[in-house]
Design a protein around this ligand. Structure first.
Ligand SMILES: [Zn+2]
Length: 377
């Protein structure tokens, strides 16, 4: 379906029709309004400023109506848009892949721009480990005025939380390791044993501790100071420690960096998840791509709900996130029923199974993003 604004504009008139396409040379009939080969308008009329403007706004209106049709079909009739798309009714709707990407980017931009994550940067965790006075997470608060006492009370209560206990244990352990490491870094590194992963973790930790004492910008600094060989393992550990130090000293920046990666993760994650959807519905006559279209449509609706939830919360202070998640749960079931056309029992069992798989995969993806962010930040 294509909107044809300005149908009555003179360039559509029969007198301007040609028997050959002005764009691709395809032979045309006088009754052809558009070229069947390249879809350009069949008109030999010289373009005027008015035609130019009409074409410009026409394409915006066209995109707009297509977008609107996509959203209303998606929201009002669960599963129907995927059925239409798979059956070949495609021009009426926006491309599901582009649609999801746009929604994901909008949502994560909203979170990033409106979330005020940068303010978390004042919680310099790197300083906390080091014990520099003046950092909010430091357990010793200087001075003894009223605000200081209040701050100390907050920090004392923090100490009894899990995070506080873990922090305490980390600094205790690192104190013990410190003495051996600081005395002779080279010997400490050469004594590293165990598997590759545990060696890298140990060395990353060691580099992190060395960075707090010595100024190390690149691996070459570590090499010239301690005489460490530039093996792949050592370099990896060094870069890991450098990223860790940066992430800890600016946690807000780290978090917003993490969030900005998520839209792209969705695009690697959904195709993997869809393998399971495809396997569960293997007896249906859908190709893998058909199932992927279905996944993309549902994920798009999920982002629409998240965006609505976010806007309601930030504009009106109403928290409807729980309601949005519940609505999505019901929507998904209805969409599966319509798209795959199976009874309640079969659909329910597959629904439970696929949601379990989704949660497991999402957890792995989350851990992966966290680690990759920490090591490349
Ligand atoms: Zn043509």
């Amino acid at each position: 379906m294509e909107t044809k604004p300005a149908r009555r504009a003179s360039r559509y008139k029969l007198m301007y029709r040609s028997n050959q396409c002005q764009n691709c040379g395809h032979p045309l009939d006088i009754s052809d309004r558009y070229c069947p080969n390249c879809s350009q308008l069949n008109s030999t009329k010289k373009i005027t400023m008015r035609d130019f403007a009409e074409e410009f706004f026409g394409s915006i209106i066209d995109y707009d109506s297509r977008l609107w049709r996509t959203i209303t079909a998606l929201v009002l009739r669960p599963g129907q848009i995927s059925l239409d798309y798979v059956a070949g009714k495609r021009v009426s709707y926006t491309n599901p892949f582009r649609f999801l990407l746009s929604l994901a980017v909008i949502y994560f931009l909203l979170l990033n721009l409106g979330g005020d994550l940068q303010s978390l940067d004042r919680w310099n965790l790197d300083d906390r480990v080091k014990g520099v006075p003046g950092s909010p997470l430091n357990f010793e608060v200087q001075g003894d005025g009223e605000p200081q006492q209040a701050a100390q009370a907050v920090l004392d209560s923090l100490q009894h939380t899990d995070a506080g206990v873990i922090m305490e244990q980390i600094s205790d352990e690192s104190r013990k390791k410190d003495s051996a490491l600081m005395a002779d870094p080279k010997a400490y590194f050469e004594a590293s044993s165990g598997g590759f992963t545990s060696r890298v973790f140990r060395k990353t930790d060691a580099f992190y501790n060395l960075m707090r004492r010595d100024t190390l910008y690149t691996f070459a600094d570590a090499d010239s100071l301690y005489g460490l060989p530039a093996t792949r393992e050592n370099r990896m550990s060094f870069n890991g420690a450098l990223s860790l130090k940066r992430a800890l000293s600016r946690p807000g920046t780290f978090l917003s960096d993490l969030i900005s990666r998520l839209p792209f993760v969705t695009f690697f994650f959904l195709p993997v998840f869809t393998v399971f959807v495809w396997a569960v519905y293997i007896r249906k006559n859908y190709t893998y791509t058909d199932n992927l279209v279905f996944s993309f449509h549902n994920q798009s609706l999920f982002f629409i709900l998240l965006i609505i939830g976010y806007l309601m919360d930030s504009l009106f202070g109403v928290d409807i996130l729980g309601f949005c998640l519940l609505a999505f749960g019901i929507y998904l079931y209805a969409a599966m029923r319509r798209f795959y056309k199976q009874g309640h029992i079969k659909t329910f069992l597959k629904y439970v199974f696929l949601n379990t798989i989704f949660i497991i995969l999402a957890t792995f993806a989350g851990i992966f993003v966290l680690f990759s962010s920490a090591f490349t930040y």
